[in-house]
Design a protein around this ligand. Structure first.
Ligand SMILES: C[S@@+](CC[C@H](N)C(=O)[O-])C[C@H]1O[C@@H](n2cnc3c(N)ncnc32)[C@H](O)[C@@H]1O
Length: 239
């Protein structure tokens, strides 16, 4: 079976091989530490630490049998989504994975983003998720499942902070009422220096939106260590 945490297309493979080689050399010098490859923000959409967080959050949600489907708002070519589908498969779950994206942001990718995502799922031998193509303003809430047990909101693409905040608020306002009691909502790029986050505040609109939205809600945000990129989550208190 493929590794849970290295499920993306082989963008980062050359860097990983170089780091492995250097670590072999370091092993003989016994410096007491090893190198890890920093994610390339252009092609690596998440860090190894974040993948470990996703794995455990989704695994625990499924083990607790929280009702509803799994969704991701902002899937691009599916690096996170591949991991989510693998965890669902590991649990023999009949929950659906729904992915939402305009599929119009290319970053540095050549070609059709949705086609690349579908190819990645086929190459990984994983069931195809349900794709909802279009801007969130059109697809949410009308195309959301009735109940949700886990959501990943990851819609940063370099827009200015206030524009991104508005998109985030729309996502939160439409998804929140459908989260089951105990459901997990993971917020990519939530960066709170006061909580000890390191790395870069790549999308400050996330914190602006989440803090404003959750101010009137009983849920508490938990900042997670993500190494070079921050994120956070909350667990829904009631249906
Ligand atoms: C950082 S990428 C997501 C990376 C993805 N989670 C992964 O693991 O590969 C952000 C995505 O959000 C999408 N996006 C941003 N704003 C959007 C909007 N208003 N409606 C639909 N998609 C949007 C972009 O098209 C882009 O693919």
């Amino acid at each position: 079976m493929n590794n849970f945490f290295i499920s993306e297309p082989p963008f980062a493979a050359p860097a990983r091989r170089l780091v492995t080689l250097l670590n072999k050399g370091l092993h003989f010098l016994k410096p007491g530490y090893q190198l890890t490859a920093a994610p390339n923000p252009v092609v690596d959409m998440n860090t190894l630490e974040q993948r470990i967080n996703y794995f455990h959050l989704l695994d625990a949600t499924l083990a607790a049998q929280i009702p509803g489907d799994v969704i991701e708002l902002g899937c691009f070519t599916g690096q996170c989504a591949l991991l989510f589908q693998k965890v669902l498969q590991m649990h023999h779950s009949d929950k659906m994975l729904h992915l939402y994206d305009s599929f119009e942001t290319q970053f540095t990718l050549q070609g059709n983003v949705a086609n690349v995502l579908e190819r990645n799922f086929a190459l990984a031998g994983l069931p195809m998720p349900v794709l909802h193509k279009g801007y969130f303003q059109q697809t949410l809430p009308s195309q959301l499942p009735a109940r949700i047990c886990f959501t990943h909101i990851d819609c940063g693409f370099g827009a200015d902070a206030l524009a991104h905040k508005e998109v985030m608020l729309h996502c939160l306002q439409t998804v929140y009422p459908r989260l089951s009691k105990g459901a997990v909502c993971v917020l990519m790029d939530y960066h709170d220096r006061r909580s000890g986050a390191i790395g870069h505040d790549v999308n400050p609109g996330v914190k602006l939106a989440c803090d404003e939205f959750l101010a009137s809600k009983p849920e508490q945000l938990v900042a997670l260590y993500g190494n070079q990129i921050s994120h956070a989550f909350f667990r829904k208190v009631a249906d």
